[in-house]
Ligand binder design. Structure first.
Ligand code: 9MR
Length: 551
């Protein structure tokens, strides 16, 4: 009943825990080794949940800064999970969250040397992928096969989706750009470790290479996904050998691709000029395709009425392309300084920004523009002021009344925070706050971001650390095919579970319908306990940021 970050606290940062219940009065901090009480304090007054009959009370031991291994003890209740106070308190989490991508690699063996007991054979060579009937073009008639090898599996399934790779790659590239020193210090023990590039970049390149193959070289259009017709069973990747297809080129996929490639061309410049210019060319031709083919949306069911075989895997359908135009415009403008790309920014109102997600990418463009604002020409000044004010105004709104929410976190102020992939929402809120912090270093933005990290590692309504392998209690049965089929008890480590989702869009047994508790640690629960590349990415950004600011 004592909910707290089960991994670690930085000596110089806030330290909070939350007790579920009311009427508790005192807490003690106990040194795990000596069993001595090293700190005592009063527990704060109870707060009633807006979602249920639950009460919570806050414990604050921020002023205790001595490094060591501890647990909290609450009179009449018991002890918490153990945790550490130490420097680089979250570097193990940062490494694991990036290494999670290594475990998602397609088309290559994961030998024991890098993968430990989760070693496995390569799955899905993807060297002979069919162009689906809904994706044919004059240069690639039906039956054409293309090489579209490598990349990462999207999630618990074995398909590869451009739209979702979009936000994922952008977020990881931003982490590399914003925290290069942290990146250079994180050694992941992947096959490329020890080459001249940071391991994070090596890992990013695996998926970048794949993404480049998803563009039709003839016209620049980008396929929506590389997929089976139907989801594979719960088998290991090398046993999954059904035919693979690339499906319909469309505007959203092309713009997401254009944005990532433009951003990559900018960030890769100092590392690999040749790849950087390839990326820029690909970005501009994808943009040109989108200009010539506006409002071509991916509609799986409509396609299935006309084309065979029917495709029933993840849809990633998005009806609104305004944000993708904004994002691609921003990245192409930053990469080329061509004023034609500014038009997409100038013509868009940015008086409000959602928290970024796979289908809501305007913030991604805003974040990149803001970072570059000092170098931008004067005609951008008014618009940039608007974007900056919006980010700061919303960050202020997010951190308001932080002593009121149940777990004293930005995450969970409202029931709407608990959607499919709610963990990524918590991490993305934190990333949003960190952009505000970079604009105006108000402590509260950074501390609120840390609060959401604590949420992810255990200070939450379910008492789980949501990262597999990290903390004392974490999901043991994520909806993740290799974790299910590999015969190893422990799930593949470093994967962020989706988290509480009262939508419960699967057929699993849940113990609660309450928004912040609606979670099922069972592998059938793709709606609350799947993992996904776009969920790990903001966790990577967040942990790298915290390592940067608190070390
Ligand atoms: O993350 C996606 C979530 O926002 C959607 O509500 C959900 C249903 O369409 O799909 C999620 O994405 C899944 C994708 O379609 C297929 N691979 C697994 C993804 C995570 O569950």
């Amino acid at each position: 009943q004592i909910r707290l970050n089960q991994v670690g606290f930085y000596p110089n940062a806030p330290k909070q825990a939350v007790v579920v219940g009311k009427n508790y009065e005192n807490f003690k901090l106990i040194d795990q080794q000596t069993k001595k009480v090293v700190f005592r304090g009063k527990i704060k007054e109870a707060i009633k949940s807006p979602f249920s009959e639950k009460y919570t009370q806050e414990i604050d031991f921020s002023s205790f800064r001595k490094k060591g291994k501890y647990l909290l003890s609450v009179d009449k209740l018991g002890e918490s999970h153990p945790f550490e106070i130490k420097d680089n308190a979250l570097s193990s989490v940062a490494k694991a969250a990036i290494k999670g991508y290594y475990f998602q690699r397609v088309s290559e063996d994961l030998p024991e040397k890098y993968a430990g007991k989760w070693a496995r054979k390569a799955g899905h060579p993807d060297t002979s992928v069919l162009v689906h009937a809904n994706a044919v073009s004059s240069n690639r008639p039906e039956g054409t096969r293309i090489n579209s090898s490598r990349g990462w599996y999207d999630a618990g399934d074995y398909n590869k989706y451009i739209v979702n790779s979009g936000i994922t790659m952008c977020t990881l590239l931003a982490a590399l750009e914003d925290f290069p020193k942290v990146a250079s210090e994180l050694e992941l023990n992947i096959p490329e470790s020890g080459n001249s590039l940071p391991d994070l970049l090596d890992e990013i390149l695996v998926n970048l290479e794949w993404m480049l193959t998803m563009q039709d070289p003839n016209d620049g259009g980008v396929y929506h996904k590389l997929t089976n017709a139907n989801f594979d069973g719960m088998i290991m990747p090398d046993k999954a050998t059904l035919p693979r297809y690339v499906v319909q080129k469309n505007t959203i996929a092309s713009l997401d691709f254009a944005a990532v490639m433009a951003q990559a061309s900018r960030i890769l410049q100092p590392y690999n000029t040749e790849l950087s210019s390839t990326c820029l060319k690909s970005a501009e031709s994808a943009w040109n395709w989108a200009k010539a083919n506006p409002k071509v949306f991916y509609r799986q069911n409509q396609n299935n009425e006309k084309f065979k075989p029917a495709i029933t895997t993840g849809g990633y359908e998005d009806n609104n392309d305004t944000d993708e135009w904004f994002w691609a415009s921003a990245e192409l403008f930053l990469a080329t300084q061509k004023s034609l790309y500014w038009e997409g920014i100038a013509s868009t109102d940015v008086y409000w920004l959602p928290i970024q997600s796979w289908n809501s990418v305007m913030p991604l463009g805003a974040f990149s523009l803001l970072k570059a604002q000092k170098t931008l020409p004067s005609f951008t000044t008014n618009k940039m002021a608007q974007i900056r004010n919006t980010v700061l105004k919303q960050a202020d709104e997010m951190v308001k009344d932080l002593d009121k929410p149940l777990f004293r976190t930005v995450m969970g102020k409202t029931a709407n925070d608990f959607m499919w992939g709610s963990s990524s929402h918590a991490a993305n809120q934190a990333m949003f706050l960190l952009q505000a912090f970079q604009l105006n270093p108000k402590k509260i933005y950074l501390e609120a971001a840390l609060g959401n990290m604590d949420y992810l590692l255990g200070r939450n309504g379910i008492g789980y650390s949501l990262l597999t392998g990290y903390g004392s209690k974490y999901p043991m049965h994520p909806h993740h095919r290799p974790s299910i089929a590999d015969g190893v008890d422990e799930p593949v480590p470093g994967l962020l579970s989706g988290g509480p989702n009262p939508g419960q869009q699967d057929q699993c047994k849940y113990d609660s319908k309450v928004p912040d508790e609606s979670f099922s640690d069972s592998d059938c629960s793709y709606a609350s306990n799947e993992i996904a590349i776009n969920w790990n990415a903001p966790l990577v950004y967040l942990t790298m940021a915290l390592e940067h600011y608190f070390h």
